[in-house]
Design a binder for this molecule. Structure first.
Ligand SMILES: Nc1nc2c(ncn2[C@@H]2O[C@H](COP(=O)(O)OP(=O)(O)OP(=O)(O)O)[C@@H](O)[C@H]2O)c(=O)[nH]1
Ligand SMILES: [Mg+2]
Length: 284
């Protein structure tokens, strides 16, 4: 059997379960998942390598109408990750009434096959509901649960059928295109998304300033950017109680990941970063 290898990109609106599917296809948590919309901000590649095939899988941010420079850059990143894909997985869920036609049209223009997935079937009540779209325009479609192992097995099998015969693009032990600094800052951002309400998670950017991985200790220094002084007060909490929770929870997760002692220092900074051209250009 000839080796198959190719690029597969997951796209869709926010909160439909793209990152959940991405992680479950990879079989480890690489992309952060929260119950909040617009969790993913940056495209991320995860690489699945077996004896017979290699899938270079990309998770992308949910496509939103841009109200900040950050969103425009996120959208730009989604469209640029379509190019060169061998297959696009378009994810919607059982709740979405309309699909994102701008995204679908962009894929059709590039003549890339679309595998259309309606996610969260486990939450279906008696009545079966499928979004009203022209199913004949898709190469394939299924109703699935991104959390379900059997569904993911089936999806993987279908993905492989779309891969061209090609040698692997990445080495055997390459797992992602992202740096350890990025992964660590994402783990911290997930904690921020889970601890704070309203606008704080959306106004926060985490930047790993220093990452020193020594034999017995991993030391991480991060900036936590927020947009206003009042958000800084919320993030810190009374006597720094809230930021301490973020630090402790993140530290425990990173210690588990690296199987060693971790030190984390978080410094909160105020900057109107979401509309700051230079900042967005440099970080996203
Ligand atoms: N019940 C159920 N919930 C799911 C399923 N897949 C994802 N979810 C939940 O849906 C929410 C959003 O999941 P994500 O994977 O972060 O969604 P996303 O499309 O990556 O979201 P953005 O990054 O904001 O674009 C989380 O609370 C998930 O646990 C599923 O198959 N069934
Ligand atoms: Mg996501």
């Amino acid at each position: 059997m000839k080796y198959k290898s190719g690029f597969v990109t997951i796209i869709g609106n926010p909160n439909v379960g793209k990152s959940t599917l991405f992680n479950n296809l990879l079989d480890y948590e690489l992309s952060i998942v929260t119950s909040k919309s617009q969790t993913t901000r940056d495209s991320i590649k995860g690489i699945i390598t077996t004896d017979n095939y290699q899938i270079v899988l990309s998770d992308t941010p949910g496509h939103v109408e841009a109200s900040y420079m950050l969103h425009s850059k996120m959208n730009k990143n989604i469209f640029s990750s379509l190019e060169g894909s061998d297959l696009i997985i378009y994810v919607t869920d059982i709740y979405e009434k309309i699909v994102n036609n701008r995204l679908i049209e962009a894929v059709n223009k590039l003549e890339i096959p679309i595998y259309f997935l309606v996610n969260k079937k486990d939450q279906l009540k008696e009545k079966k509901y499928l979004p009203s779209v022209e199913y004949s325009t898709f190469s394939d479609y299924d109703m699935v649960s991104a959390d379900d192992k059997d569904d993911c097995k089936m999806i993987l099998k279908k993905i492989v059928s779309y891969l061209p015969i090609h040698s692997p693009y990445y080495l055997n032990d390459d797992l992602t295109n992202k740096s350890e600094r990025f992964i660590v800052s994402e783990i911290i951002r997930k904690e921020v998304f889970e601890l704070y309400k309203k606008e704080v998670p959306y106004s926060t950017h985490i930047e790993t300033e220093s990452f020193k991985n020594e034999e017995t200790l991993l030391s991480i220094y991060c900036y936590v950017y927020v947009e206003t002084e009042s958000q800084k007060m919320i993030v810190l909490g009374k006597n720094g109680s809230k930021i301490k929770i973020i630090g402790t929870n993140s530290r425990k997760k990173i210690e588990k990941m690296y199987d060693k002692k971790v030190f984390i220092d978080l410094t909160v900074k105020v900057l109107k970063w979401r509309n700051n051209n230079n900042f967005i250009k440099e970080k996203y």
